[in-house]
Design a protein around this ligand. Structure first.
Ligand SMILES: Cc1cc2nc3c(=O)[nH]c(=O)nc-3n(C[C@H](O)[C@H](O)[C@H](O)COP(=O)(O)OP(=O)(O)OC[C@H]3O[C@@H](n4cnc5c(N)ncnc54)[C@H](O)[C@@H]3O)c2cc1C
Length: 468
């Protein structure tokens, strides 16, 4: 329980713009994006600088008060919602500290929004390749803390691969200044990697130095109707070979997901004449004009010859490419409009994705009458969003609860296939029990690291590592 004295100390450390207790203002910070969970906090802190963040953490640590860090609050596993903890938002920490084009790096504060980072990179004739549906709200601190993925992992890797250096406030309030723009630094343990994917359990990320890449001269996107997930995997190999390493995305979309988008997302349009059971969206980012289109045409032609592509359209310009992405990016939003879903963000070795989808779908059909599978996502890197929805609209939390035995069976299948039950969204509070169940030794080791850095358990308790 936080005392009046601690509350006053926090308020005076941050000044009038740096805190809030008004329930109306707090509302968007204490509800998650999917509307599944309600959080509560005695106070929202909004430090404007790393020094203010450190001072806030020192005050909380001295009083034994726990903290939940929050960025854009777009996380899907409940990690950014306080349950009585002090809520610390990075919303005011938005400075771009440095752009070093010769070093192909960019240093900015944790509250910067992903879209801003992409724009700053483009303004400097560079690419920051991370791209995902929540990029208008997700922050660099949140993306790092969840080790976010998105649609370009196939070519550029996850957030873990895009970070050169970090600055973080430790659970006792000390500031670790690890903002090094180095690609080689063999000086012992790579400490920044501990904070990447830690979901706020080891400290607060306050700034990061990120890698920049050359901007492709031409982005070519295509949308193809295909008969099955195994066709998608085969086409992946063909497109990789045809594009010489410049294939940046291959996403799979089932017909029922496309139907949801066409129904709920204004302006969306099916670009193909007939309906197909599955679709893929491919993107090639070529270095020279004309190369991307030629590679895409070659890949699709081979696909037609092999009978794994039924129909396809290649975007002729940027607007058309964006329209194709508008069939993929808003799937989560369209699902939300349909009703609550049991979401399984899992990864499987690419070679086994088709078999996994088939077996998983059979499990759902056997165990959950009235439900259907919407399996979409990043086939190029093995990440499937294996979601289970009620066929009729308007399902609530009771539906998700009724699916729990199915979730257990799906997670069991993921283990059988050598996959992971947490691919890109993280563990949060949603999956901490499942993770401890499936990977007990790994969670034990994580507990040891947590105790070493945060012996009093101040930082985001309940998240990632179950209590006790
Ligand atoms: C429509 C939609 C599409 C999405 N698509 C994808 C996708 O394709 N790929 C993907 O990976 N994710 C996706 N997500 C999930 C989400 O956007 C990511 O997890 C994102 O990284 C969260 O960023 P955030 O700033 O909103 O973090 P938050 O939701 O605020 O926080 C997420 C976690 O990070 C911690 N945290 C936040 N900031 C800090 C900090 N500065 N220091 C320490 N800990 C911190 C929080 O405590 C919490 O545990 C999607 C979400 C939505 C709503």
């Amino acid at each position: 329980m936080i005392t009046a004295e601690t509350l006053e100390a926090l308020k005076s450390a941050l000044g009038p713009k740096g805190w809030c207790t008004d329930p109306d203002e707090l509302a968007p910070y204490t509800r998650d994006w999917r509307g599944r969970w309600q959080g509560e906090t005695p106070i929202l802190l909004k430090p404007a600088t790393t020094a203010e963040t450190a001072e806030s953490v020192r005050i909380c640590a001295a009083a034994g008060i726990s903290i939940t860090p929050q960025g854009g609050n777009t996380g899907l596993v409940g990690g950014s919602l306080p349950q009585g903890e002090v809520l610390l938002s990075t919303a005011r920490m938005k400075q771009v500290r440095d752009v070093d084009t010769a070093n192909d790096s960019l240093t900015l504060e944790a509250g910067c929004i992903l879209e801003t980072i992409q724009t700053v990179a483009a303004d400097n004739d560079r690419l920051f390749p991370l791209s995902l549906g929540s990029q208008g709200s997700a922050t660099i601190g949140g993306l790092i803390s969840t080790n976010a993925g998105g649609v370009h992992v196939l070519r550029y890797g996850m957030m873990r691969d895009l970070v050169l250096g970090l600055e973080a406030v430790l659970p006792d309030g000390r500031i670790w200044k690890g903002l090094r723009g180095l690609r080689k630094d063999n000086s012992g343990y790579d400490l920044k990697q501990l904070f990447i994917g830690a979901e706020g359990t080891l400290g607060i990320v306050t700034a990061a130095t990120l890698k920049l890449f050359p901007r492709p001269s031409e982005i070519t996107a295509a949308f193809a109707g295909i008969p099955s997930p195994s066709a998608a995997v085969e086409l992946l190999g063909i497109a990789k070979a045809a594009s010489g390493g410049t294939l940046s995305a291959l996403e799979i979309i089932p017909r029922n997901a496309l139907d949801l988008v066409l129904k709920h997302i204004p302006g969306s349009r099916d670009p193909l004449a007939a309906a197909h059971p599955w679709y893929v969206l491919l993107e090639i980012g070529a270095g020279r004009l004309g190369e991307g289109r030629a590679a895409m045409e070659a890949a699709l032609e081979t696909g037609f010859e092999k009978g794994i592509v039924e129909d396809a359209v290649i975007a002729g310009n940027e607007a058309q490419a964006l329209a194709l992405w508008q069939l993929r990016e808003p799937i989560a939003e369209a699902e939300k409009a349909h009703g609550k879903a049991a979401k399984h963000d899992v990864s499987i070795p690419v070679s086994k994705i088709a078999a996994f989808i088939e077996e998983g779908t059979a499990i759902v059909e056997r165990m959950a009458g009235g439900a259907e599978v919407i399996a979409f996502g990043h086939v190029g890197d093995g990440n499937v969003h294996f979601n289970v929805m009620r066929k009729t609209e308007g399902a609530g939390e009771d539906f998700v609860a009724s699916i729990l035995p199915v979730t257990e069976a799906i997670y069991g299948l993921v283990q059988t296939y050598g996959g992971s039950i947490a691919a890109e969204h993280g563990v949060g509070t949603l999956k901490s029990g499942d993770l401890a169940h499936h990977r007990p030794l790994e969670v034990e080791l994580m507990k040891s690291i947590k105790s070493a850095l945060d012996p009093d358990g101040i930082m985001n308790p309940r998240v990632l590592i179950p209590r006790g």
